[in-house]
Each structure stands twice: as C-alpha cells, then as structure tokens.
Design a protein around this ligand. Structure first.
Ligand SMILES: CC(C)(COP(=O)(O)OP(=O)(O)OC[C@H]1O[C@@H](n2cnc3c(N)ncnc32)[C@H](O)[C@@H]1OP(=O)(O)O)[C@@H](O)C(=O)NCCC(=O)NCCS
Length: 145
C-alpha cells in the first residue's frame, strides 16, 4: 500500500500507518490484487462514537488499473463485510479538484440507490503550510440492509 501511494498523487503517510491499519483495522481494509501484485486498496475504520459510519481514510488504485471499476468493487466489498453490518453511511473527505474520487463516491450512492451529501469538513487553514486544498465531506447513505 505504501509503495502504491508513493507512485501516485495521493497524500503519503508513514509506512507505520499502513501497518497499524492492517494490524488493528483489517476487517475494514480491503486490497485488490492482480497476479499477486497489489493494485488497489481501501483503508477505513468505524469511528467509536459513530458505529453506523465507516470512514474511508484512503483509497487508491494503481494508475495502470484505473477506470476498470476496481475502486467501486473495493468500496462495495467494504460495505458488505460482516464488520459493517451496523453501518448505514460511508464517509470520506475529498478535495474539490479530485474529480475521479468525487465520481467514485457519487457512483457508490447511485449503485446503492441512496444519497450523497457533500458538506464542509477540513478547511484549508486546518492544514500546515499553504498548499493544501480544503477537504469536503462526502456522506453516502443510508444503505438499505
Ligand atoms: C479515485 C480512484 C481510486 C478511482 O479508482 P478507479 O478504480 O479508477 O475507479 P472506478 O473505475 O471504480 O470508477 C468509479 C467512478 O469514477 C469515475 N472516474 C474514474 N476515474 C475518473 C477520472 N479520472 N475522472 C472522472 N471520473 C472518473 C468512473 O467513470 C466511475 O464513475 P461512472 O460509473 O459514473 O462512470 C483512482 O482514480 C485513484 O487511485 N486516484 C488517485 C488517488 C485518489 O485520488 N484517491 C482518492 C482520495 S480520497
């Protein structure tokens, strides 16, 4: 996962982050492989105070595999997991310029015949330095069970 992010435009986190997610939140993390090579992943968790939400920390697909529905499959696998049986909403933050990611989450809402609500979440001022866009909150749901 760290290597895939390193080769993409995604925000890089320390390798430790991916180890922590795999160690403690593997029920809500999904990877996609082709010929044993990791080509996509989603790292997510259920916030302790909001057991009806699964929050996607990061999703990424190798540039060679984009546009083939891999990310949509990763999200559908995530929300259908036993660990997400109480989950009614998926949330993620997305920058205004990230059209691919916005399309991905709107597509998830369409696939589940539900809503996608976009609200302010993390403003530019919350980030150190002055080269980070704001992060809008995408909330998809409620999912029918
Ligand atoms: C966002 C990302 C994960 C999408 O992965 P993917 O496997 O290509 O997505 P899918 O093939 O499942 O496509 C899902 C939807 O997004 C749309 N989409 C995919 N890439 C797009 C692009 N570059 N521009 C506009 N829409 C795009 C697809 O058309 C599809 O919508 P549709 O069914 O309405 O046509 C991938 O582009 C990526 O890894 N980007 C870099 C990392 C990133 O920005 N992650 C998100 C941070 S929150």
């Amino acid at each position: 996962m760290w290597e895939l992010v390193d080769n993409s435009s995604l925000d890089q986190n320390s390798a430790y982050k991916y180890l922590m997610m795999s160690e403690f939140f593997s029920d809500t993390c999904v990877i996609a492989k082709e010929d044993e090579k990791l080509v996509g992943f989603v790292t997510a968790f259920i916030p302790p105070e909001h057991p009806d939400v699964v929050f996607v920390w990061q999703i990424g697909v190798d540039s060679s595999q984009r546009g083939k529905g891999v990310a949509s499959k990763l999200l559908n696998e995530l929300v259908s997991r036993e660990a997400c049986r109480e989950v009614r909403y998926l949330e993620a933050t997305v920058t205004p310029s990230n059209e691919a990611s916005q399309s991905l989450f709107r597509r998830l809402a369409r696939d589940h015949d539900t809503e996608c609500k976009v609200t302010e979440r993390f403003t530019e001022e919350m980030f150190p330095g002055d080269d980070h866009e704001e992060e809008l909150n995408f909330r998809i749901g409620p999912f029918k069970r």
